[in-house]
Design a binder for this molecule. Sequence first.
Ligand code: CA
Length: 489
Amino acid sequence: MAEKNETMMQYFEWYLPDDGLLWRRAAARADALAAAGVTQIWLPPAYKGTSRSDVGYGVYDLYDLGEFDQKGTVRTKYGTKEEYKAAVRALQKAGIKVFADIVLNQKMGADGTERVQAVEVDPANREQDISGEMTIEAWTKFTFPGRQGKYDDFTWNWTHFSGTDWDEAAKKKGVFRFVGKNWNRETDPENGNFDYLMGADLDTDNEEVRREIRKWARWYAGEIGFDGVRLDAVKHISFEMYRDALREVRAAAGGRDVPAVGEYWSADIGRLTHYLDIVQDEMKLFDVPLHYRFHDLSEGSGSMRSMLDNTLVQVRPDDAVTFADNHDTEPGQALESFVQPWFKPLAYAVILLRAQGTPCVFYGDYYGIPSRGIAPTGGLRRLMKIRQLYAYGEEADYFDDDHIVGFVRRGDAAHPGSGAAVLMSSGEGGVKQMDMGPAFKGQTFYDAMGVCTDAVTADENGRAQFETGGGNVSVWLTQPAYECLLLEC
Ligand code: CA
C-alpha cells in the first residue's frame, strides 16, 4: 500500500465544556477521524489538576488520571482513567498514533504550605534579586491524601522545587527563588532566565526529582501505552533533561519509533534552532514563527511573498510540526493571536498541502468553538481529504507576489489522481500561470474548494492559468480526482 501523509490533530480546545465526555467522544469518533485523514492525535493532559475543570496544565497529581477522589472530583475535565484507556485503545485500533501531553514544568494545587527561605527576584529579570533572604509560606507540600500511596508513595516538599509565585503568609504575588536553589542554567533567556513559569517550579537538577520523573514515565507508558509525546513548556525546562530522557525512552523502546514534539513558544527562529541543536533533534518543535506569520497576514500586515521566510518548516523542515492555532492562541487565552477566520483556509492549505512539515489540525478549527461563537473552518475537512489522497509528489513554488501566491504538487505514481495546483490571495482575486509538468498536458482541472466554477485546461507542457477569488484559496485537481473527491470514492 502506498504511504499516506501524516496528519496530526490536537484533540481539545481551551473552552470545552467540563462534561467529562472528551475521552468517550474521542473513542466514538476514532474511525471517523481516521477516515478524515488523521494519523496522529494529541490528547490533552490526562492528570488531575487543581480542579475538575482544569484544562490539564495545572497539574496536581501525575498518578491520578481520573481515578481518585482528589480536588473534589474523581474524573478530570475529560473523563475517568478507564475512559481514557478505552479512548487510547479505540484510536490505536483505528490506526491513529496517540500522543500524550507531558507536563513537567510545574505543579499546582498543593495539599499544604511550608515555611521556606526565599529571595524575591525581578519578574522581568529573574537573575536579579530584589529582596534579601526572607521566610515565605509556600504551597509546596504534595502528599496526595486521596491516593494514599497507590502506584507510588513519593511526596513532594519545597526541596523538590526551585521557586514559586505566592507567599501565603504575606498574601503576596511575586517570583520567589528558594535559598540554595538556582534557576536551570540552560533555559530560554527571556526575562533573564525563563526557568520559572508558574506554580511550584520543578527543580530538575534535584536527583530525587529526576528519579521520580523517570519512575513516573515508566508507569505512565506502561499503564496507557501511548505512541508518542507532546512536551509542554520545553523552554522553561532544563534543555538537557528531555534530550537525555528521550534517548533513554528510545533505547528502552527497542527500535520502536517514539515520536516527540515540543512546545517551545517563541517567534524567534534562532531560539528554536538553538534548542534543536542542544536536544540534537531528539524531538520536533511546533512552528511558532509560521503561526505568527499566519496571524499577521490575517490581520492585514506582511506580504504573502515572505510567508515562509524564517519559519521552522523552511529552515528545519524535518523538525517542524506546523499549525494554524492552538489552545493558547484562542481568543481570551495567554498567547492570544488567533488567525482571523477568513485566512484559516489559506493557512490550512499551506500546512496541509505542502510537502514539508507535519501539520497539526486544531480541534477548535475542526469542530468550531461554540462558546466563542466561532464556526468550524470552512473547507478544512476537504483540505484534509485532499492531503490524504492527492498532495503528493514534487513541489514548485510561486511565492512571487505580495498578495497572490501559489504552489503545485506534481503527483506521484503511488497515488492515483495525485497532483494539485494551489493558489491563494490575501487581496483581490486573480490568476497565475503555474506549471504542473508535462504529465498533466491537456488535462482539465476543477477548483475543489468551489471558489472558481469554470474549468481550466493545461497546455501541451502542463502549464495553465490557475485562478482564485479575493481573500480565498483554490485547489485545482484533475477532473477524475475532483469527481472522485465529490463522490467520496
Ligand atoms: Ca522550570
